[in-house]
Design a binder for this molecule. Structure first.
Ligand SMILES: N[C@@H](CCC(=O)N[C@@H](CS)C(=O)NCC(=O)O)C(=O)O
Length: 227
């Protein structure tokens, strides 16, 4: 009997989306549990006691935390349909850009989403610098961003990059950010191909549902930072 796979998530999360896509590309069946971030389940608190965040993958009763670590775990556990390239240098390059993307998102883009006034403008400039670098990387290393290369398959970096190509424009609108992710030509082209991939389409929450959600998040974090 196959070992039981469970995923704890919330539907609007780009990090949970990564795990759903990776599992589907590998053909791994799983049971999904929708969490309430304002009333986290005992299962979530005991499975991710350090960060108390989703996604959490539970495989045979053992929890794995943090989306990038979960993707690596999935890649090593189910070796069919590889998400990472074979060549060690290319694998290292993929890991470098995956980390760059997450650092840019958390340290800059999310910070710009919640910042105000001059601080917002300053950090937006840093986001733009990061986006320029990513745009260059997509052009230069298009074999690693599979959907940019027009490849049929979706790779590790495509899965990770969804948070910038697809989610960031929604944050920009919900948080009145002037970073204009989709003005970067390689990012825009990548996004068009990405959203049309069948496995991506199946798992991607719609912009129409995400926008009101992130407007609420923005309102919530803004009022919290005013108090
Ligand atoms: N670095 C984490 C980020 C996960 C994350 O931020 N999850 C959010 C949902 S998008 C969460 O669980 N938030 C609940 C909280 O912060 O209390 C990853 O890659 O998995």
């Amino acid at each position: 009997m196959a070992t039981e796979v469970k995923l704890l998530g919330i539907w609007p999360s780009p990090f949970v989306f990564r795990v759903k896509v990776a599992l589907q590309l590998k053909g791994v069946g799983y049971e999904y549990f929708e969490e309430d971030p304002f009333n986290k389940s005992p299962k979530l608190l005991e499975s991710n006691p350090i960060h108390k965040k989703v996604p959490v993958l539970i495989h045979g009763g053992k929890p794995i935390n943090e989306s990038l670590t979960i993707l690596e775990y999935i890649e090593e556990t189910w070796q069919n349909n590889p998400l990472l390239p074979q060549d060690p240098y290319e694998r290292a390059t993929v890991r470098f850009w995956a980390k760059f993307v997450d650092d840019l998102f958390w340290n800059k883009a999310f910070a710009a989403f919640i910042a105000k006034g001059e601080a917002k403008e300053k950090i937006e400039k840093e986001v733009i610098e990061g986006l320029e670098k990513i745009d260059g990387a997509i052009k230069e290393k298009s074999n690693l961003f599979n959907s940019a290369a027009g490849g049929e398959s979706i790779g590790f970096l495509d899965i990770v990059f969804g948070v910038i190509g697809y989610w960031l424009p929604i944050y920009e609108e919900a948080g009145s950010m002037q970073t204009h992710t989709q003005k970067f030509p390689a990012i825009a082209e990548w996004t068009t191909k990405f959203v049309n991939h069948p496995v991506i389409k199946e798992n991607l929450p719609s912009t129409e549902s995400l926008l009101p959600f992130f407007r609420q998040v923005h309102e919530f974090v803004s009022s919290a930072s005013n108090n």
